[in-house]
Design a protein around this ligand. Structure first.
Ligand code: C5P
Length: 221
């Protein structure tokens, strides 16, 4: 089989999802946004009034959820128990709580099993924090995509700043805080897999990054 799996990890706002989607489209692969899954669990827990730090309640809640990803016209659609939550999972409230939810070992094991199942036939571009290090340790190509926190905040601000109702400074603080929590958590923290290729996109366009990854993928076939 000449299809491979590609893991794209990195901090919030590094451009992973746009890059991963572009790479998947160019290769005819399936794009899987794992952050969307953690976001959907977070949205559901918040609606249910569950404290993200109450690990037992969170675990029980998460095991009862059905989260589905489906390709849409403008990117991936996310369904929570059949409801389209694609837009709502990008809210500021979800941004502020998702790293706490993602720190839960039980939530992670539920979602990782799902992600591994989705990638078992290869031909997948998966983006997240722990894809190369934990979800798909055997991925043929692993990329760690980063950019300065200032640049990442600026990109998010241009993309969704007014909708999020925050200033650029506030957004930069919130992104740095999310990085800190993702790097310091006990279970599969954000870290660079030893065999990952580090790409700093601070002064690269989305298309330049995507082209670089597509070229790298050809060397792995
Ligand atoms: O990629 P995105 O910013 O949408 O991810 C939201 C959050 O989900 C991250 O800040 C992180 O806490 C969590 N996440 C994770 N592992 C992944 C993907 C996302 O812990 N593979």
């Amino acid at each position: 089989d000449e299809r491979i799996n590609i893991a794209i990890d990195g901090p919030a706002g590094a451009g992973k999802s746009t890059v991963a989607r572009t790479v998947a489209a160019q290769l005819g692969y399936v794009y899987i946004d794992t952050g969307a899954m953690y976001r959907a669990v977070t949205l559901s827990a918040r609606r249910a009034g569950i404290d993200p730090l109450d690990t037992a309640a969170l675990a029980a809640h998460a095991s009862g959820l059905t989260i589905t990803l489906a390709p849409g016209k403008e990117g991936q659609l996310v369904y929570l128990n059949g409801e389209d939550v694609t837009a709502e999972i990008r809210s500021r409230d979800v941004n502020l709580h998702v790293s706490q939810v993602a720190a839960s070992e039980k939530v992670r094991s539920l979602l990782v099993a799902k992600q591994q199942e989705l990638a078992k036939d290869k031909g997948v571009v998966m983006d997240g924090r722990d894809i190369g290090s934990c979800v798909l340790p055997g991925a043929e190509l692993k990329v760690f995509l980063t950019a300065s926190v200032k640049e990442r905040a600026q990109r998010r601000f241009i993309e969704a700043g007014s909708a999020l109702g925050v200033t650029l400074e506030q957004l930069e603080k919130e992104i740095a805080e999310r990085d800190r929590m993702d790097e310091q958590r006990e279970f599969s923290p954000l870290k660079i897999a030893p065999d990952a290729i580090l790409l700093d996109s601070t002064s690269m366009s989305i298309n330049e990054v995507a082209d670089a990854i597509v070229s790298l993928s050809r060397t792995k076939l």
